[in-house]
Design a protein around this ligand. Sequence first.
Ligand SMILES: Cc1cc2nc3c(=O)[nH]c(=O)nc-3n(C[C@H](O)[C@H](O)[C@H](O)COP(=O)(O)OP(=O)(O)OC[C@H]3O[C@@H](n4cnc5c(N)ncnc54)[C@H](O)[C@@H]3O)c2cc1C
Length: 292
Amino acid sequence: MTLPASCGEASSAACGFPRNAAQVASHRCRVVEHRQVNARYRYLRLSADADLAGTTRPGQFYQLKCPAVEAAQPFLLRPMSVYGTGPEAGTIEFLYNVTGLGTGTLATLDVGSTMDIVGPLGNTFELRPEDQGLLVVARGVGLATMAPLLRQAAQAGVAITAVMSARSPQDLMRDEFLRGAEADVHCVFDSDGSSAVEPVEALVRRLLSARHHDAVFTCGSHRLLLLLQRVLQDFPATRGDVAMEQRMACGMGVCLSCVRLFDDGQDKRFLRVCRDGPVFPIRHVVGEVEFG
Ligand SMILES: Cc1cc2nc3c(=O)[nH]c(=O)nc-3n(C[C@H](O)[C@H](O)[C@H](O)COP(=O)(O)OP(=O)(O)OC[C@H]3O[C@@H](n4cnc5c(N)ncnc54)[C@H](O)[C@@H]3O)c2cc1C
C-alpha cells in the first residue's frame, strides 16, 4: 500500500485525467446574481477580471471564502464544484445547498458584494473524441458538478442518457441540470421508492444493455457509486468515472484530510481527493475499508 506523498501529478497522469494546476489562482469576484432555486438549493453567479471560463474544466472545483458574519466566522474555505462558466470570460456559476456554517454565511451574500475564490482545483471528467454515447447518473447537488460535462457532451454531439435521482419531484432541478441539452432522461425519487438501490440498478442495467455507452459518469452519492461499481463489472467495454465529494480542508493536497483508498488492480494507494481527484475511475474506488 502506498501513501499519498508518492502520488501527486504522476498518479493523475497515470489515471489519464487532465489537470491545469498551473492556472490555479486566488480571484476577487463580484456577486452579480444570487438567488434561491428551490427550497433546498441556491444559485450564485460571480464575475472576475480573470479568464475563468477559459481555464476551468468540467468536474473541477473552487475553494470559496465564505463571508464572516456576526454570528459565524468560517475559517476554512469551502469546496464547490463549478456549475457553469461564461458566456463572459470572467463569469463563473455555483449551485449549492445550505448545509452548515460556511454555506449558511455564503447564503447571506448580497448582489454587488465581493468574495474571494481559489481555483480551478482538481482534475476533470474525460470525454474522448471517439465517444458517441454516455450515461450520467446524478443525485442531489451532484448535478451541479456534472452540468458542465453535459454541456460539453451536447456541444460535441455525444448522445446523453441521464438518470436523475432526488428526494422528491420538487428537488429534481431537471432544467437546471440539462440547461438546454437534449437527453434521454429517467427520473427516480425517494418519495415513491423508485430511487431505491434495486430499481435503480435494474434501470441502469436496462439502459446499458439497450445501447452501448462509452462511459458512465456519476457524482454525489456513495450508494450510487457502489451500485455502478457492481453494474460495470458486467459491462467491461464501458468506462466509469466518479467525481467524489469528500470532506476536505486545504483543498490543495497539503493537509491530507481527504485521502481515500483506491485500488487500480495492481496496487492499493491512498490518494488525495482534492489534488489527485476529485474525478477517479469508478472501478478503482475502494468502497469499504476494513481495519484489522
Ligand atoms: C469537490 C467538491 C465539490 C463540491 N461541490 C458542491 C456543490 O457544487 N454544491 C454543494 O452544495 N456542495 C458541494 N460540495 C459540498 C460542500 O463543500 C459542503 O456542503 C460544504 O463544504 C459544507 O460547508 P458548511 O460549512 O456549510 O458545512 P459544515 O458541516 O459546517 O462544514 C464543516 C467543515 O466540513 C467540510 N464539509 C462539510 N461537508 C462537506 C462535504 N460534503 N464535502 C466536503 N467538505 C465538507 C466543510 O468544508 C467545512 O470545512 C462539494 C464538495 C467537494 C469536496
